[in-house]
Design a protein. Structure first.
Length: 291
């Protein structure tokens, strides 16, 4: 039986969210039951997700917009980076649900319809859910692209909402943390990008449109941070997992948002290493239809 998953994403800024959504929908090991958006212009992010889902033939998957703001402060008011990639790509769209993402998550998890929550953005929606319904923590596994465990920096998803990451990491659910330490080893090649551009499938055209806009602004090849988290949800053999107690620094003047491997009882598994060639091959076969 496939794992039933919800993807919680800040799709629209880094292109890896779009690739992660495609990989999830194209992996028979997973059944994507919903997609939720977080941080900033969440309704525009929902439009990007809904269009890609439609192109993937998964317009049956509901999309719900979540919290635009972190637990402390405000989120960005700017449009998602590759929103203009929607222009000229008409076609089916998944339904954007009238429910708030947190309410949809609560409904699905309460009904026992979710096995794994895969987060590939700031953890605000997850934290709001756990603060509202702490009893649901034991009913779902969390796989998060979040943190950096052997690097001296604050990873983006944690840095955008450290308080939310602190809530999520301290929750009593099973957690697998996929950090920047390993995801940086998973960069697409020029040949992979060319394969995407030459692909004939509708979703490849959408991904290409999003990617062209994103690369014009980023000027580097995509790094598959978020797709690795999706893959780890069903293929943990691709990474070396290590139990640890992970804390989020909230008070440091220079270190706010750092993820610290602390002493004490482990509360998560974090990725120590990755079989990058194996993962890139999996991604190419699933998303790029490479033989």
């Amino acid at each position: 039986m496939p794992l039933r998953v919800v993807i919680d994403t800040d799709i629209g800024d880094d292109i890896d969210d779009a690739f992660a959504l495609a990989l999830a929908c194209l992996s028979p090991e997973l059944e994507v039951v919903a997609v939720t958006t977080v941080y900033g212009q969440v309704h525009l992010r929902a439009q990007l997700a809904a269009r890609l889902l439609g192109a993937l033939g998964r317009d049956d998957i509901p999309v719900a917009a979540g919290s635009p703001n972190p637990l402390v402060g405000r989120g960005p008011a700017t449009e998602p980076v590759y929103l203009e990639g929607l222009k000229g790509v008409e076609g089916r769209n998944a339904n954007i649900a009238p429910l708030h993402a947190v309410d949809l998550l609560e409904k699905l998890i309460s009904a026992g319809e979710v096995d794994v929550l895969i987060t590939i953005g700031p953890l605000t929606n997850v934290a709001l859910l756990l603060l509202k319904r702490p009893d649901l923590a034991s009913r779902v596994k969390l796989v998060s692209m979040a943190g950096a465990y052997t690097m001296n920096l604050a990873e983006y998803n944690v840095r955008c909402d450290p308080e939310a990451a602190g809530v999520a990491f301290s929750a009593g659910c099973e957690k697998v943390l996929v950090g920047l330490d390993v995801t940086l080893k998973c960069q697409m090649t020029q040949d992979m990008l060319r394969g995407l551009e030459e692909g004939g499938e509708e979703y490849m055209r959408i991904l290409s449109s999003y990617t062209r806009v994103w690369m014009a602004k980023s000027r580097h090849l995509p790094i598959l941070h978020d797709p690795l988290a999706v893959a780890v949800a069903y293929a943990p053999h691709l990474v070396k997992l290590e139990p640890a107690r992970v804390e989020v620094e909230l008070a440091g003047r220079f270190t706010r948002g750092y993820t610290v491997v602390a002493g004490g009882e482990p509360n998560a598994l974090f990725c120590r290493d990755v079989n990058a060639p194996g993962f890139l091959q999996l991604f190419a076969e699933r998303v790029l239809k490479a033989s």
